[in-house]
Design a protein around this ligand. Structure first.
Ligand code: PRP
Ligand code: MN
Ligand code: MG
Length: 179
């Protein structure tokens, strides 16, 4: 698995430090409130589990699985809800936890879905962001690292469902996805 990585972009220590900072900021942001924290599966599962340990206000968790990429390196542009939330979001302060924002399609679709379900507020925290790749006008409220336009994997991010368990962010060797 390590042999398929061209370069480590962000180390596990850098990620850990950033996740702590984000957790502290969110704890301040939601002081006195009880947000519903939603993990967007599958990519966000590692970030979610590390992040919530750094949040000091009472929270509830839920999970939603959506997919737009499949086994391709490019978004299909079509977002599918594979698993919906268990809980009602009406009147709730919702925090969406994402691993990465690329075109922005996944989150613009999700924010729309949540607003139609009458949330009180919705905010987005993403660990990684590729602003150069946006095709829709969508910004995170809080983001960890800006990434270059390279195909990266690890810390939850996959290529064809592989590499999610790498503890760092690495650039995939082009021969892996161009054959
Ligand atoms: C990836 C990633 C984000 C989304 C970002 O998910 O985890 O959810 O794409 O891309 P976008 O901004 O262009 O919509 P993917 O659809 O690959 O599903 P996964 O999380 O199960 O890997
Ligand atoms: Mn995802
Ligand atoms: Mg994916």
């Amino acid at each position: 698995m390590q042999n398929d990585i061209q370069e480590v972009l962000i180390t596990r220590e850098q990620i850990q430090q950033k996740v702590e900072e984000l957790g502290q900021q969110l704890s301040k942001e939601y002081e006195g409130r009880n947000p519903l924290v939603i993990c967007i599966l599958k990519g966000a599962f590692i970030f979610m589990s590390d992040l919530v340990k750094e949040i000091t206000v009472p929270i509830e968790l839920d999970f939603m699985a959506v997919s737009s990429y499949g086994a391709s390196t490019r978004s299909s542009g079509e977002v599918k809800i594979i698993k919906d939330l268990d809980s009602s979001v009406e009147g709730r302060d919702v925090l969406i936890v994402e691993d990465i924002i690329d075109s922005g399609l996944t989150l613009s679709y999700l924010v729309d879905v949540l607003e139609r379900r009458k949330v009180n507020s919705v905010k987005i925290v993403t660990l990684f962001d590729k602003p150069a790749r946006r095709t829709v006008d969508l910004q995170a409220d809080l983001s960890g690292f800006v990434l270059p336009d390279a195909f990266v994997v690890g810390y939850g991010l996959d290529y064809a469902e592989k590499y999610r368990n790498l503890p760092y962010i690495g650039v995939l060797k082009p021969e892996i996805y161009t054959t």
